[in-house]
Design a protein around this ligand. Sequence first.
Ligand SMILES: NC(=O)c1ccc[n+]([C@@H]2O[C@H](COP(=O)([O-])OP(=O)(O)OC[C@H]3O[C@@H](n4cnc5c(N)ncnc54)[C@H](O)[C@@H]3O)[C@@H](O)[C@H]2O)c1
Length: 219
Amino acid sequence: MDSHSADMVEFGPRTHVLVTGGAGFLGSALVDLLLARHCSVTVIDDLSNGLLSNLPVGDPRLTVRAFRVGDPAFNAAVRDEVGQADAVFHLASPIGVQRAHKERFAVTSGILESGCSIVEACRLHRRPLLYTSSSEVYGSGRDRPITESDPVMTDIRPRWGYAAAKAAVEHLVAGLLFDFGIPAWIVRPFNMAGPRQRSATGLVLPVFVNAALRGEALV
Ligand SMILES: NC(=O)c1ccc[n+]([C@@H]2O[C@H](COP(=O)([O-])OP(=O)(O)OC[C@H]3O[C@@H](n4cnc5c(N)ncnc54)[C@H](O)[C@@H]3O)[C@@H](O)[C@H]2O)c1
């Protein structure tokens, strides 16, 4: 979305940032970056896949709240935290193609519920939001290189529940910008790899690396 500039939020000592999923692989790297820019940061993470040890717990600029975004019992807490933030990064999400196959309901509802909760809070408080969607919305990309203008995947097979839910929340985020004039960004990461990434959810690169380290076939 290009009708506004990322310069609208200045990340410095007077900036308070909310990061959902901040105890995870990408979220904790983002928290490190924000703290290096002297921001104060609140993380909301249910620790379903994240670890407190990924975060500099004890840093006075960091607050960690352990609950599930999307749980109705915590919607008021989400609204409060969003209201106190200058900018919101929503990374909390169930992840992994294996999990999408085994737990279609939990994965799809987890993305939709957390997305609805965060977007609604940003709408109420008019807070800028960056949403991490996924390259999965492009589908398999099997026949040709993927382009930005490709249609998103809407197939009913289990794999695409994750993608369809991510795409649905993209529409809510786009609505923030185009219907309400609230700054909003969508990013669609491809397979990322690096420190703190866990193989438990079946992500391809950590699974291959761990298998290689054990001398096993890369399946
Ligand atoms: N890593 C990648 O290659 C990749 C690719 C595409 C998209 N993404 C997206 O980027 C984001 C971050 O991914 P990651 O690789 O760091 O995953 P991750 O599992 O390491 O981080 C996600 C974090 O969110 C937390 N979480 C999950 N559901 C939650 C909820 N409802 N409420 C609160 N916390 C919750 C988990 O405990 C975890 O700490 C996700 O939205 C993911 O879909 C990642």
